[in-house]
Design a protein around this ligand. Structure first.
Ligand SMILES: [Fe+2]
Length: 272
């Protein structure tokens, strides 16, 4: 008898939107509000159903309340709940306020544990405010340790902002999670984590470590060139990542990028 898979869970990742207080803000020449809208238009066209939206940091460039409120308004076009984590450009307090205050912070801002069907998703804060490189504070590692006990028996995805492994980009690898060794020591003690997912690096990548699939994803605005020694902007279009998560632990994933739009990016900039 042929077994028909039940509908998989559809997860959409939106990352590194870098919104400003005003809608005319530009990062390296690119209007980040416009590019986010174009990426979300693509999500709307491609995704007839979404179970969960994961926003993996640098949602704002300037940490302004209005940037987070507008991000929230942008996501309101989808019925799916969204869960946020902090990037190095983000500030926790305005994120909490945009999410509706401290009551919702516990469930929708990292650190948080999401139950979706047979899967569990752990959202972690790898950012220290006003610092660029990643670092897990002791409380965050304790949350991870505890969450991995609670999720035992479930296929699990772990999300953070910074890359916990080198990307092969020297300038970005200076910003790798500084205590990634502690993170991996906790992760290596369990065998139910299937996916680790991050933002920050503004580029698509896939690696496998100890049987765990590791993914980075395009920003909704400016892209960085893979395998570049020094800071370099890529001319590839903004985009997002989706996952289909199956009850037996299998998953499918891909990146989708905006097409047919010329983006105004200043390729000569040597840093950001
Ligand atoms: Fe970013």
């Amino acid at each position: 008898m042929t077994q028909i898979d039940p509908r998989p869970l559809r997860v959409v990742q939106i990352t590194d939107c870098h919104l400003f207080a005003g809608t005319d803000g530009r990062l390296l020449g690119l209007n980040t509000e416009d590019s986010l809208r174009l990426v979300l238009d693509r999500v709307t066209c491609e995704q007839s159903h979404i179970d969960v939206i994961l926003a993996t940091g640098d949602l704002s460039q300037d940490g302004s309340m209005s940037s987070y409120r507008r991000f929230q308004q942008h996501l309101a076009r989808f019925k799916a709940p969204s869960y946020w984590l902090q990037g190095n450009h983000d500030l926790t307090e305005p994120m909490v306020n945009a999410l509706g205050g401290h009551g919702r912070r516990d469930s929708h801002l990292s650190p948080c544990l999401i139950a979706v069907g047979d899967w569990r998703i752990i959202m972690l804060n790898s950012s220290v405010e006003h610092e660029v490189p990643g670092y897990f504070m002791p409380d965050e590692l304790e949350f991870l340790r505890d969450a991995l006990v609670k999720t035992r028996g479930h296929h699990t995805m772990v999300c953070l902002h910074h890359h916990p492994v080198p990307m092969g980009c020297d300038w970005l690898d200076n910003q790798v999670v500084r205590n990634a060794g502690e993170f991996w020591a906790i992760m290596d003690a369990v065998d139910h984590v299937k996916v680790v997912l991050w933002g920050h690096v503004h580029q698509n990548s896939e690696q496998v470590r100890n049987g765990v699939h590791l993914f980075s994803s395009p920003s909704t605005c400016v892209q960085f060139k893979p395998l570049s020694k020094d800071f370099a902007v890529d001319d590839i279009a903004p985009g997002y990542r989706w996952f289909d998560l199956y009850p037996d632990g299998r998953f499918e994933t891909a990146v989708s990028r905006v097409e047919g739009v010329a983006f105004d990016v200043d390729m000569s900039v040597k840093g950001y």
